[in-house]
Design a protein. Structure first.
Length: 426
């Protein structure tokens, strides 16, 4: 297995132009494919997760042109995919798997959707149950409640509200919201249980509105999609820089210098931009521009005790920043970490212990007490989880070398992460 040794670092200095947001890229590509008309999407993320979405759309017969660097011209098919039979491999991309399941279940056709082994352990039952209430025909090809899936043409019935659980993944609600306009009928959704990861629903509703579909809502409990909704291609869409990817560099600035991330600003539609507020609570000096954020070294890193439900991805970065505080930090309300790329609570606990931290894990929380001195040359397993690899690179800023196993797993969302990291850290 490939390993990467990062030298002991003291300083992080400079500006990084962020890669495009994964969440916005994959939503926009799908909405553009479902729309009537042509959309030019700029600053699209180039990574494994977006490649899976692009390949899937191409297999479905959608016309895609890569007309400039990271810019795609998508000719929408108005919800009627040209290819009515296809086998789609979606890797470990939740933002491709869940939304495509819903769109294909309502669009009509015979499809099989599969992914990597881990994707087949990530739940999808709540979404399938909701789609079946709407008349979808979906079968589990492996274990009930999990991919791979077989989809056949639906008999759509939206006479009753569709109930969907929101407490395992917000991607299920996102998927349903984005797909329901294909029915052309009025559709009502009722969320059962406490919805997690709420800001991702805001991204979904914001982008649907850019494509001309306004969803009426009753807080987080109810959503209504008007009859005769149609996605209309906006001429041009710019994808913001990825706020979760920004978290590593902002953390580096707060721990060890002065780092600016460009491509993301105070009006970002991504919830993970709120990571910067958590970093400020820990002592980082944060300043916002229209299209950049800067983090400057904290006089001292403070401990934190925080509910992370609204920032599930960037919260992993806080676990590493906690190593630089004096005392115990607690990250709460992170049960969803257990069903992502790996069981992230268990993985984080195991690997933090390798650098000397005392860690307690519960079903939905983690506490981290840093050691008096970080252990040098720890060999970190990354569990095919891009965020484990990116997070642990930051340990080197504690003036210790660190060895990252399988560093290329960052390709899921940030293929040149380590090149960019090394440019800024010395
Ligand atoms: O909708 C999205 O773009 C995402 C939602 C979140 O998942 P959950 O809703 O499962 O927490 C997040 O972790 C994931 O990386 C992207
Ligand atoms: C949870 C993540 O990915 P996915 O979109 O596959 O759920 C992530 O990127 O941290």
């Amino acid at each position: 297995m490939e390993q990467l040794t990062l030298a002991a670092g003291h300083q992080a200095q400079g500006t990084l132009t962020l890669p495009g947001s994964k969440s916005i890229s994959n939503r926009t590509l799908l909405l553009a494919a479902l729309a009537n008309g042509t959309t030019e999407i700029r600053d699209v993320l180039a990574s494994d997760d977006t490649s899976r979405m692009l390949e899937a759309l191409e297999t479905l017969g959608v016309k895609l042109e890569n007309f400039a660097e990271n810019a795609w011209r998508v000719t929408g098919c108005g919800g009627n995919f040209p290819n009515k039979e296809a086998d789609l491999f979606l890797g470990n991309a939740g933002t491709a798997f869940r939304p495509l399941t819903a769109a294909l279940a309502l669009a009509g056709g015979n499809y099989q959707l599969s992914g990597v082994a881990r994707m087949h352990e990530r739940p999808i039952g709540d979404l399938v149950d909701a789609l079946k209430q709407a008349g979808a025909d979906i079968e589990y090809l492996g274990n009930d409640g999990f991919p791979p899936l077989k989809i056949a043409a639906p008999q759509i019935d939206l006479s009753k509200p569709i109930k969907i659980r929101g407490d395992v993944s917000s991607q299920f609600l996102t998927a349903l919201l984005m797909a329901l306009p294909l029915s052309k009928q009025q559709a009502t959704i009722e969320v059962v249980g406490e919805l997690i990861s709420k800001p991702y629903i805001e991204i979904t509703l914001n982008l649907m509105a850019k494509f001309g579909v306004q969803v009426a809502r009753n807080g987080w409990q109810g959503f209504t999609i008007p009859a005769h909704s149609n996605y209309i291609a906006p001429q041009e869409i710019f994808v913001e820089g990825d706020a979760s990817s920004a978290s590593y560099f902002l953390a580096a600035g707060a721990i060890a210098g002065n780092v600016t991330v460009a491509g993301l600003g105070k009006d970002s539609i991504q919830g993970d931009v709120r990571f910067a507020d958590a970093l400020a609570l820990m002592g980082g000096n944060i300043s916002y521009g229209d299209n950049h954020i800067t983090a400057t070294k904290a006089a001292n890193i403070n401990t934190i005790d925080i509910d992370c439900n609204h920032i599930p991805d960037a919260a992993m970065t806080l676990a590493i920043v906690a190593l630089f505080a004096k005392g115990t930090s607690t990250l709460r309300n992170i049960a969803s970490w257990r069903v992502k790329e790996t069981d992230r609570i268990a993985a984080m606990a195991t690997e933090l212990r390798k650098v000397g931290a005392i860690v307690e894990e519960g079903a939905d929380y983690i506490t981290i007490t840093p050691p008096a001195a970080l252990i040098p040359n720890a060999v970190i397993d990354t569990y095919d989880d891009h965020r484990m690899a990116m997070c642990f690179s930051l340990v080197s800023l504690g003036d210790v070398p660190i060895i990252i196993n399988d560093p290329n797993c960052v390709a899921k969302t940030f293929p040149n992460y380590f090149t960019e990291f090394k440019k800024l850290v010395s």
